[in-house]
Design a binder for this molecule. Structure first.
Ligand code: HEM
Length: 417
């Protein structure tokens, strides 16, 4: 069966289940001793596919798998036509890589192999999503697109607690790759880079992870401070809320081509874990406003309990300065921070001073960068948690609207505008 028809079959299965659904594919079926189902050669989760086609790109509100990579690129293409060809080509690689495929055998041993070989003969998506976003610099004078710039898109500026390292900031485009296994992310990234090394050159890259136990059991992922992170996130099943907070709609008065896209805020935040691990539990909990073990608001029992700020008007229970209360005061209404978070922990080596280089890749998506990320970060400026954190990189990007059919490509409406 050709790659194309395999993809089409997966896609058709995918759309019947909706864009956030996973598609189990048994195309490559052979029995596997570790699997009771003789139809599957590998454990079933490897076959899970998140459809790449739809009104919106996958990887924004679709469920977070365990692994992620964030990478940005500088563009080497010089004209609008070349840029369009690049987006067409990346889109077709995304369609190919995010579905199950049987990898063709290389006929000519005198040529480099078509694929890296990292996954043997079977490309299994394991919930892979690849999300393409563009930075403000795409709209400078290189490509004649300046009139089409999303109105809030700009280079990320420094906040008071930041110590931004230019080597970890910005980019003409950003790629976010998420999946349940590292090897599929590496495979997909190498594939995309191999196909486009003449058109784009990488600037910075960071890998993230979420605890396997939390993802597999469906509980809120715990971050490196030991707190459940994501509890208060707006439910991705609430389409109305997603339109109000995440997706650009007519209400946002953006250029027409932006409809269905979303602003991506990326922040690389180093933690001072040596200091944190010597901090009393009570201070840790006050800094977040939540109990460490249960994730419940302080004074409550369950993670999902409402913090009832109206019954705590002087901030005696949940401090006004706590991260939760500053970020989401719930005044004048719930989701006063109109953004949806999709953060991952990172763990690099050691810093130059011999400290653990670990922290958070904070990621949020919102349809209004100012009301979403920027205003929320302004409320957080000066929070007590700042003693333990140091943002050092990231950037603002605009996640392109989705491609609806196999013939579409990401950014199509921008080039047709
Ligand atoms: C060091 C970096 C950060 C850490 C460790 C962190 C961690 C947390 C934790 C543990 C919670 C409580 C549980 C939850 O509702 O998810 C939370 C809530 C929240 N955080 Fe952060 N966060 C960080 C940075 C940020 C940034 C940069 C923003 C946005 C500018 C932000 C926005 C929010 C929002 C909106 C909530 C929801 C509060 C609620 O709904 O009650 N966080 N964060």
């Amino acid at each position: 069966m050709s790659n194309h028809s395999t993809f089409r079959r997966n896609f058709l299965k995918g759309i019947t289940l909706g864009s956030a659904a996973l598609v189990a594919n048994s195309a490559l079926g052979q029995s596997n001793p570790k699997n009771n189902d003789p139809e599957f050669k590998y454990p079933k989760h490897f076959y899970d596919a998140v459809p790449a086609l739809g009104n919106h790109q996958a990887g924004i509100i679709t469920p977070e798998p365990k692994e992620a990579t964030f990478i940005t690129f500088k563009l080497l293409v010089k004209s609008k036509e070349e840029l369009k060809a690049l987006f067409q080509s990346i889109s077709s690689r995304i369609q190919y890589l995010t579905a199950s495929q049987s990898i063709a055998v290389d006929e000519d041993t005198q040529l480099p192999p078509k694929e890296s070989g990292l996954l043997g003969g079977d490309l299994l998506p394991d919930q892979l999503t690849i999300t393409l976003s563009v930075g403000a610099s795409l709209f400078d004078d290189r490509f004649g697109l300046s009139e089409q710039k999303p109105k809030h898109l700009m280079e990320m500026t420094s906040f008071p607690n930041d110590l931004l390292d230019p080597n970890w900031c910005g980019g003409d485009i950003s790629l976010q790759l998420c999946a349940n296994s590292k090897e599929i992310i590496i495979y997909a990234l190498r594939d995309i880079m191999k196909h486009h090394y003449q058109q784009m050159s990488p600037i910075w890259k960071i890998d993230g992870f979420l605890p396997a136990r939390d993802i597999e059991s469906g509980s809120t992922a715990i971050n490196l401070f030991g707190f459940k992170d994501g509890t208060g996130n707006a439910p991705n099943t609430d389409a109305k809320l997603m339109n109000e907070m995440v997706w650009v709609t007519e209400q946002n008065k953006e250029p027409e081509w932006c409809l269905g896209g979303s602003y991506q805020a990326l922040r690389l935040i180093r933690f001072n874990l040596e200091f944190w691990d010597r901090t009393p539990l009570e201070d840790q909990e006050n800094d977040f406003g939540r109990m460490k073990r249960s994730g419940a608001p302080i004074g409550m029992t369950h993670e999902m309990n409402d913090p009832q700020f109206d019954k705590d008007p002087h901030g005696d229970r949940v401090l006004f300065d706590s991260h939760m209360r500053r970020a989401e005061p719930r005044v004048p209404h719930r989701y006063s921070a109109p953004l949806r978070r999709r953060s991952y922990s990172y763990s690099l080596g050691l810093t130059n001073s011999g400290l653990l280089d670990m922290g958070l890749i904070f990621v949020s998506y919102q349809n209004d960068l100012k009301k979403g990320f920027i205003n929320t970060q302004r409320r957080l400026n000066g929070e007590p948690l700042e003693r333990y954190i140091k943002p050092f990189g990231g950037g603002y990007f605009f996640a392109l609207p989705g491609m609806k059919t196999t013939d579409n490509y990401l950014g199509q409406a921008l080039f047709n505008a």
